[in-house]
Each structure stands twice: as structure tokens, then as C-alpha cells.
Design a protein around this ligand. Structure first.
Ligand code: MN
Ligand code: MN
Length: 460
């Protein structure tokens, strides 16, 4: 009776077949490759576009009309991308939507970042997203992004990844002299204004001038990127960890890497989209920017550019009419593909074990997120949870239904509520991770593969 009646909770590695294990490990290798090539939202868009083109997708701007089976995408300001495979049914019957985000916590450069102090040259930063500042000191860092000159010329920057590249770092105080720092609260140990990136120390010798180290650095930047100091004001340069994503553990069961929130769900969503052929309902995938800072701005999920993309699909399928867009949204179903907080045995006290996501137990469904009495949550309807369960159970995809930590300990949110606002049925559905938002996050290869399988089953 127990076998039949209990909700079984066990690791997916138990009794796993050799074939399944080898599929999981192969997929993880491809995912690790992606993590190492992609450390910013712009790089995620460019990498995704290449994958899409290689798999028969076309930019929707190049299509006059759309028919069943057509595969298209739309790039929003180089930092967000929407993908669709046109289904057999009219759009107003609703779409199947996967929505992930491709921005990750990091340090951005300030508009006027460069300064010299006591023979060192630094770049000042302003952190992006919810970070623990102390985690970003004394680790190797790389600089990725773009510099756009006033004539519109754009220079791409990625320095600190190649083993011949230099790296950068933010120094921390030696313990010998850190008595005052160590007495502070952890959150105050490193201040935001002290997250200054060390970038040089050789002075320009010949001139009788001040700020000789800064001049030398600007001369190097001018030589390499053709830039002047003023060009920083129109750049987007992101400071990200320079270490590579790797297999974790003697058994290689896990992935350690930067930016898994939320590129793990973004990558698995796109991989699922590549497999879709002539679905009944149009399959759509969103890779959004700015989730980590509240989804604002024209590349964030709050923008209406996604509505514009769907209107384009309606126009090009010749199905547009008054209220068609609202009808599409109200009939659509979505998985908000974002990572879940895995139970960390070292910090088990923040989790409630009956409702915590367990690493290696399959994809996690969060019926709701929010904080303090579900405040701010998009709470998925029971009917919809049943529908999603049914899809996963029919496709034999291991899943767990969880919540984010113990009641009243904190909370969080995703893009789920934004699409729910438009009328869609939405549930959060993603890979549980450890050390979320840290420079090095941990996921289980089993769960990564489950995400791919779950998203595939959902959109197909
Ligand atoms: Mn996320
Ligand atoms: Mn996050």
C-alpha cells in the first residue's frame, strides 16, 4: 500500500540505466561548452541565434507569411530573443511558452570607471542583481561586453577567458589586519564602493604628468580597442568570473559554473525548441534580459516587445483582428523556466524538507514564489498544475513540486507573474541549484537533462 499511496521522493540516479546515464553526461558536456562560451546576455543571444540558424530557423523579419511548421525568431536589442515554431492550430487557441532569462548577477562598470590610486589603476563597478559582495573579491575576473563609440562603431570585448589573456581581480584585506572588517556583519564586510577592479600598475615614464598609470592603461586600451576614456560612457562592460564551468565530484554527477541562473533553463529550453516539429499549438521560447534587476527596460520581460513579436506572428499568419492578441495570451500555457533553490545539507535549516527541491530528484515545479504570505506570487491554478503533471508523467520525466525555503525566511520571484498578468496559465519550472547567485553555482546533471526532457514534452 505504501508503494502505491506515497508520493515517492528519491534521487534520479538510483537504478539508472547505462544508456540513460550516458545520454545525461553527453548532454551535460554540451551544456558545459555553452556555459563556457556564454557569460553575458548578449553572448547568449548570439550563441542562440547561431544554434537556431544551424537548425533551420529564420529571423521573422525576413518572412512575409508564416505557415505550420515554420521556425522563426526575433532579436530584441541584442539582449533578448523570442523563438517560435508555428503550430497547426490558430494562434488564438493559445501557445505553449517556455520563458527563461539570460542575464545573471555580476558587476557592471560605472559610466566613468577608470581611476588611479597610489600607483594602481582601477575600474569602478556597480553590482547587478542580488549578490553577496564578499564572494566577488579575490577571484579571477574577466571583462565581457561592448564599447560603442559616438560614431556608432561597436567594439566587442571578451578578455580573461583565453589562457593567454590577463585576468583581473578585486583585492580583499589580509586577515592579519582585518580585525575591524571581521567584526562587521557579513553583508557589510565589503562595501559596494570598494568593489574596484584592479587593472594595472605600470606608469607611463616619459611625461611630466599626473596619473601616469592611468595614462598607460588608456594608451593600451586605445591601441587594442581604438577607444578613449569618454567611450566608457557608452559601453556595457560586465565583470564576470573568469573560471570555467566544470564537472563536479569524483562521480562527475554535477556541474559547477557561473551564470547557471538562469542559463541552465535558457539552454535546455532552446534545445527543446530545436526538436519541435509541426506542433499542434505554436511553441514559443522567451530568453529575457533584466530578470535579476526587476525585468524593467526594453529588453526586460515587462516591455511590450514580446507582444509585438506575437502580433507579428498573427499578422504574418493572417489571423490578426481586434482582441486577437489578448485571446492568444488568455489561452496560452507557460512554464516559467527559472532555477529553483536546492536543499543544501550544510544550510538545511533554511529549507523545509517536505517542500524543498532536492538536487538530483528531477525538475522542480514552484506552484508559487513570493515572500511573507506568498506576497507578490503568481500562484498557479490547481487545474494547471494537474495538466503540467500529466504531461511530465506521460513523458516519464521525474519532477518535484517545491517551494523556495522556509516560510518567512525570505523569498524571491521570476518572470512568471508578468505573463500571468496577460492571462496565461503559468508555473515556475526549473533546475534546482546550490550557491545560487554566487560566482560558481552547482547543478545536477540529472536535473539539467530532466529540464530538457520536461520542456520538450511541454512544447511538443
Ligand atoms: Mn533566475
Ligand atoms: Mn536569479
Amino acid at each position: 500500500m505504501k508503494e502505491e499511496l506515497f508520493n515517492k521522493k528519491e534521487t534520479g540516479w538510483k537504478n539508472i540505466s547505462e544508456e540513460n546515464k550516458s545520454n545525461i553526461f553527453k548532454f551535460a558536456d554540451e551544456y558545459i561548452y555553452f556555459l563556457n562560451k556564454v557569460k553575458t546576455e548578449r553572448e547568449a543571444v548570439a550563441f542562440t541565434e547561431r544554434m537556431l540558424k544551424e537548425n533551420g530557423f529564420t529571423n521573422v523579419c525576413e518572412k512575409e507569411t508564416l505557415n505550420t511548421g515554420d521556425k522563426v525568431y526575433f532579436i530584441n536589442h541584442n539582449k533578448s530573443i523570442y523563438i517560435a515554431v508555428i503550430g497547426e492550430e490558430p494562434l488564438e487557441n493559445g501557445m505553449k511558452v517556455l520563458g527563461a532569462h539570460i542575464d545573471s548577477p555580476r558587476l557592471d562598470l560605472k559610466p566613468n570607471p577608470l581611476y588611479e590610486d597610489n600607483g594602481f589603476c582601477y575600474l569602478k563597478t556597480h553590482y547587478y542583481g542580488g549578490i553577496k559582495k564578499y564572494q566577488w573579491t579575490a577571484i579571477p575576473l574577466a571583462i565581457h561586453g561592448v564599447i560603442v563609440k559616438s560614431n556608432g562603431e561597436k567594439v566587442e570585448v571578451a578578455i580573461g577567458e583565453d589562457e593567454n589573456d590577463p585576468i583581473f581581480t578585486i583585492t580583499d584585506l589580509l586577515p592579519h589586519l582585518a580585525t575591524e572588517q571581521m567584526d562587521k556583519k557579513l553583508k557589510d564586510g565589503i562595501s559596494g564602493e570598494d568593489l574596484n577592479l584592479l587593472v594595472g600598475s605600470i606608469p607611463e615614464e616619459d611625461k611630466e604628468i599626473s596619473e601616469k598609470v592611468k595614462l598607460n592603461i588608456l594608451m593600451l586600451l586605445n591601441e587594442k580597442y581604438g577607444m578613449k576614456e569618454i567611450d566608457f560612457v557608452s559601453s556595457e562592460l560586465e565583470i564576470v568570473p573568469a573560471f570555467t564551468a566544470r564537472s563536479l565530484g569524483f562521480d562527475r554527477s554535477m556541474v559547477a559554473g557561473y551564470g547557471q541562473d538562469d542559463r541552465v533553463c535558457a539552454y535546455t529550453s532552446v534545445r527543446a525548441m530545436l526538436d519541435v516539429e509541426k506542433p499542434k499549438k505554436t511553441a514559443v521560447c522567451i530568453l529575457a534580459d533584466k530578470e535579476e534587476i526587476g525585468s524593467m527596460g526594453n529588453t526586460g520581460m515587462e516591455s511590450h516587445v514580446f507582444d509585438y513579436f506575437i502580433s507579428e506572428l498573427l499578422n504574418k499568419k493572417n489571423e490578426n483582428k481586434p482582441n486577437a492578441l489578448e485571446k492568444v495570451f488568455c489561452n496560452s500555457k507557460m512554464l516559467s523556466a527559472d532555477v529553483d533553490a536546492g536543499l543544501d545539507p550544510i544550510y538545511a535549516s533554511v529549507s523545509e524538507k517536505n517542500n524543498a527541491a532536492m538536487i538530483g530528484h528531477g525538475i522542480g515545479l514552484n506552484k508559487y514564489t513570493g515572500a511573507r504570505g506568498k506576497s507578490g506570487a503568481s500562484d498557479a491554478n490547481a487545474e494547471y498544475v494537474a495538466e503540467v503533471r500529466n504531461i511530465f508523467e506521460s513523458a516519464n520525466v521525474p519532477y518535484q513540486v517545491t517551494e523556495l525555503g522556509r516560510v518567512d525566511l525570505g523569498g524571491g520571484g521570476t518572470i512568471a507573474y508578468i505573463l500571468a498578468d496577460k492571462g496565461m496559465d503559468v508555473i515556475d519550472c526549473g533546475v534546482p541549484v546550490l550557491s545560487m547567485h554566487a560566482p560558481y553555482e552547482v547543478s545536477s546533471k540529472f536535473d539539467v537533462y530532466c529540464a530538457y526532457k520536461a520542456y520538450s514534452a511541454f512544447v511538443q
